[in-house]
Design a protein around this ligand. Structure first.
Ligand SMILES: O=C(O)CCC(=O)C(=O)O
Length: 392
């Protein structure tokens, strides 16, 4: 492609829309790529994106408010979701979890995003944070030793690592547990709490992604460091009638505003005039007008809270302030599931280790494994391959 011929804004647009594939883990060994046309282009594009994001901040910030969790239960305990997503009961017999799930699913239908407090206990969130930090250290060490392992561990080659922002692809069993011969280590326990049969989040994925056939799509941690720039507003997947991807960002620590938050523009998952102004108005001022009149909501998460969203909703990570101004490392644990009934292109590659991709790992598979004596310990998924650490 004639990259150099693209207008700058189109390039920004394109890279923003590819952001989920273009997250760039910190590289301790060689933090900034040197020379090479593609890395120079990459850095030019990053500068342009940061400039654009700063303009968007000026437009959005005056109207931005913290997101709040929906509180109102659907009247009569029923909702548009009643009985769906694997919940068989109707009307008055619906459990508290079913009713809360209905209420959140209704919020997602109308807003595209929903804050869900306490999907993990604070103790579990703290343990998972330590575990993710350990996985990060293991992956840095592995890439230090063999730079070609970068894509399998961080989803990007070393040339485009970003010291301030990146994804860490996670195993299903954490390395520490495997080394200790422990069947139920921190990651397994966290997945059980998050996705097990009576879990808040499991019910949400089941309801929004077509029941237990929902397919695992991202298993990853997002890391930003003090000084990470704000992202341009983007969505991760294009609109389709049956939404294809739902994602949960789960806080592993209390996240102060200065550490960066995720800002969402509610209702932009729908093909409204507002959304079309954003999509089509980048060159005639309509996009900026839309942003200036939007009512953004930023997710202020405490450890264990999640923000759950339809990945077509417009959003952006806000800046992690410089050190000395309140910025510090922010780690989010991220799970995404795909609804197999959504047949159109998703425009978003899975954030999964290579050995876990194209395996069709479903919510039902995960629950079955998590209930077993040795979850994900070399088990088979019908294709003859054990899960292992997913790096092969
Ligand atoms: O930094 C965040 O909170 C949002 C990250 C994000 O939207 C992305 O990586 O696409």
């Amino acid at each position: 492609m004639a990259w150099r011929l693209l207008p700058l804004l189109a390039l920004v647009e394109m890279i923003a829309s590819l952001s989920s594939r273009m997250q760039h883990p910190r590289m301790q060994l060689d933090p900034m790529p040197k020379g090479g046309a593609s890395s120079l282009l990459f850095q030019d594009a990053k500068i342009a994106m940061t400039k654009r994001a700063e303009r968007e901040r000026e437009l959005l910030e005056p109207n931005s408010r913290p997101m709040t969790a929906p509180k109102r239960a659907p009247s009569n305990g029923k909702s548009s979701k009643g009985g769906g997503g694997g919940f068989g009961a109707n009307g008055a017999t619906r459990t508290a979890l079913q009713q809360a799930t209905d209420m959140r699913a209704d919020t997602l239908d109308s807003e595209g995003v929903c804050l869900i407090p306490g999907v993990l206990s604070t103790d579990s969130a703290a343990r998972l944070r330590e575990c993710v930090a350990d996985e990060l250290a293991r992956s840095y060490a592995a890439v230090e030793n063999d730079s070609s392992s970068s894509v399998a561990r961080f989803n990007v080659p070393v040339e485009t690592h970003d010291p301030k922002r990146g994804y860490l692809l996670l195993p299903l069993r954490d390395g520490r547990a495997v080394d200790a011969g422990e069947a139920r280590g921190t990651l397994i326990c966290a997945l059980q709490e998050l996705l097990g049969p009576n879990s808040t989040l499991g019910a949400m994925f089941s309801t929004t992604c077509g029941g237990e056939s929902a397919e695992l799509y991202d298993l990853v941690a997002l890391r930003t460091e003090a000084g990470a720039a704000r992202q341009p507003v983007h969505s991760d997947t294009p609109y389709q009638k049956v939404p294809g991807l739902f994602c949960a960002f789960i806080a592993l620590q209390d996240v102060r505003y200065e550490m960066g938050t995720t800002m969402f523009i509610p209702k932009t998952h729908l093909q409204t005039k507002q959304r079309l102004s954003f999509d089509n108005g980048q060159f005639d001022g309509q996009r900026d007008a839309m942003l200036a009149s939007a009512q953004p909501r930023h997710s202020m998460l405490q450890a264990g809270d999640a923000v759950f969203f339809n990945m077509n909703t417009l959003h952006a990570g806000t800046a992690n302030f410089p050190e000395g101004q309140g910025g510090s490392q922010r780690l989010l644990f991220i799970l995404t599931f795909r609804n197999r009934k959504a047949r159109q292109a998703l425009g978003h590659e899975p954030n999964l280790r290579p050995g876990y991709r194209n395996r069709g790992i479903t919510l039902a598979d995960m629950r079955r494994e998590l209930a077993s004596d040795e979850p994900f310990a070399g088990i088979h998924q019908g294709d003859g391959d054990p899960f292992g650490d997913g790096l092969q």
